[in-house]
Design a protein. Structure first.
Ligand code: ACO
Length: 330
């Protein structure tokens, strides 16, 4: 297959994480769980939890400021501001509008993308489309998640999995052949009930009973989600590489969604990318939904694991179900 020419590139990255570290040992004090169970089943050792008053909007602004500073972008230069989030500050209006107001990005169109853990790659695809169509020059993509705000901390099967954080990237026209070589997005809405928040929208509004049952929090059929995640992430890895005219052997750095080390290892094995080329930080942060990939990318750059010209594969899976992948030449 002919190698595609990139239209857009990631000009810069930024991240923000709360200072508060909650370890597996901390959960041992409140739940019938153990550090050993959590580490063996998920690979998670600790996660960051934001204070009550901090939401996705605040975290997104802080991550965006870093990315904008590194790209030398002023707020007024942003044409489109996309926030990928599964944990919006409010149901109305969008968290992207809150971020726009705080940044003073007065010339931007701002909206949220709701694709759960796949949200960053979905938003990157939307950014690419806007720039390709000539409707935008600079797009700010923010993935901000306060997962602990929608997690039932009394449910051991979900409480230990999630964390809070935000990542941001500035997307602009490609220079020197760098940038996005492929972007693949898919979903399957028939499996929604395996991972969802049943109550709190207009179809099932909040009631006292629902609140007591904690039906406004994340409910997950972990084992089924696990199987779908492995299958869909394998498909996504295949498709992103195929569409970029590459194979797993060409990949210099693989950044999978950080939900579970066993899912990461299975996907890497399937894609034929050795683990030394796989970026892993799920041990330190847990699952931060759409924010995991941009945060991991930002950390990988900081750690010197990304060189000019490197091929980066990104693959995600989340509620919806949604799954997505992208190949980037750095
Ligand atoms: N501590 C101790 N025991 C636990 C805990 C816990 N924290 N949680 C569950 N268990 C128990 C269960 O009750 C069950 O006990 P039983 O056998 O007596 O019934 C046992 O452990 C096994 O439970 P499983 O759910 O089968 O465990 P599994 O090995 O599947 O691991 C996990 C659970 C970690 C949730 C895994 O299924 C998983 O990672 N799933 C995918 C999650 C994911 O990828 N999500 C991505 C999308 S997230 C998003 O979009 C927001």
């Amino acid at each position: 297959m002919k190698r595609p020419k990139p239209i857009v590139e990631i000009a810069s990255t930024g991240r923000w994480l709360p200072d508060n570290v909650v370890t597996n040992q901390d959960f041992e004090k409140t739940l019938d769980t153990s550090d050993e169970w959590i580490r063996e089943r998920t690979g998670i050792r600790e996660r960051r939890i934001a204070p009550r008053e901090i939401g996705a909007g605040y975290m997104g602004v802080e991550a965006a400021k870093v990315a904008m500073c590194r790209a030398g972008i002023e707020p007024g230069e942003i044409d489109v501001l996309i926030c990928a989030t599964a944990t919006p500050d409010r149901l109305l209006p969008s968290t992207a509008c809150a971020i726009q107001a705080e940044l003073g990005a007065t010339n931007a169109a701002a909206f949220d993308v709701s694709a759960a853990c796949s949200g960053f790659i979905y938003a990157l695809g939307v950014a690419e489309g806007q720039i390709a169509a000539g409707r935008a020059e600079i797009v700010l993509v923010v993935s901000a998640e306060k997962m602990t705000g929608i997690t039932d901390m009394s449910d051991r099967s979900t409480a230990v999995l999630f964390g809070d954080g935000a990542g941001a990237v500035v997307v602009r026209k490609s220079t020197n052949g760098r940038g996005v070589l492929s972007n693949y997005i898919r979903s399957d809405g028939t499996l929604a009930e395996l991972l969802w928040r049943p109550v709190g929208g207009v179809v099932e509004p909040m009631t006292h009973e629902a609140l007591e049952r904690r039906d406004h929090m994340v409910k997950m059929a972990g084992r089924e989600v696990f199987k779908s995640a492995v299958k869909s992430m394998a498909d996504a890895a295949d498709q992103a590489l195929l569409r970029a005219g590459l194979t797993g052997e060409d990949v210099d750095l693989f950044i999978p969604h950080q939900a579970n080390i066993r899912i990461i290892e299975a996907t890497a094995k399937y894609a034929k990318v050795p683990m030394e080329k796989v970026f892993v930080n799920v041990d330190r942060y847990g699952n931060m939904s759409s924010a995991t990939i941009p945060i991991a990318l930002d950390e990988a750059i900081e750690q010197g694991r990304v060189r000019s010209g490197d091929i980066i594969l990104m693959v995600a899976f989340g509620a919806g179900f949604t799954w997505a992948s992208s190949v980037i030449r750095w």
